[in-house]
Design a protein around this ligand. Structure first.
Ligand SMILES: [Zn+2]
Length: 122
């Protein structure tokens, strides 16, 4: 029985690779959440309000439509290109683990095992 080397990195190598390609800003926002700052606000003709906040880190936009009394009528997000990982829907618990791990390894300057293997194979 051979010994397997210790694994660093998530179990799904494909997901791991895609996470590894994420720019630092996107990884940070996915790990810690967005850093919202007010951007624009305006009153619309029907007395509702449109308030836009922008993320300082990744430039995502959150657009909220409020009633004249301040009730939330709608809320949507606009993400920069590349922010949403293609082929990756909503993140599950394990996917989030992978993001968190990549985030901490990147700060430590450690390359995950999967991408090292991939590089060697090229
Ligand atoms: Zn962000």
């Amino acid at each position: 029985m051979g010994r397997t080397p210790p694994q660093v990195g998530p179990e799904d190598p494909d997901l791991s690779h895609r996470i590894h390609q994420l720019p630092d800003a996107y990884l940070g926002c996915r790990d810690y959440g967005h850093n919202w700052r007010p951007s624009t606000a305006r009153r619309l003709r029907d007395s509702t309000y449109e308030a836009v906040v922008t993320c300082e880190r990744c430039a995502a936009r959150r657009v909220r439509l409020l009633s004249a009394r301040g009730a939330v009528l709608s809320n949507h997000y606009e993400y920069p290109e590349q922010y949403l990982i293609p082929g990756m829907g909503r993140l599950t618990g394990t996917d989030r683990d992978s993001l968190r791990l990549e985030s901490v390894l990147r700060v430590m300057g450690v390359t995950p095992l999967e991408s090292r293997r991939r590089r060697r194979a090229q």
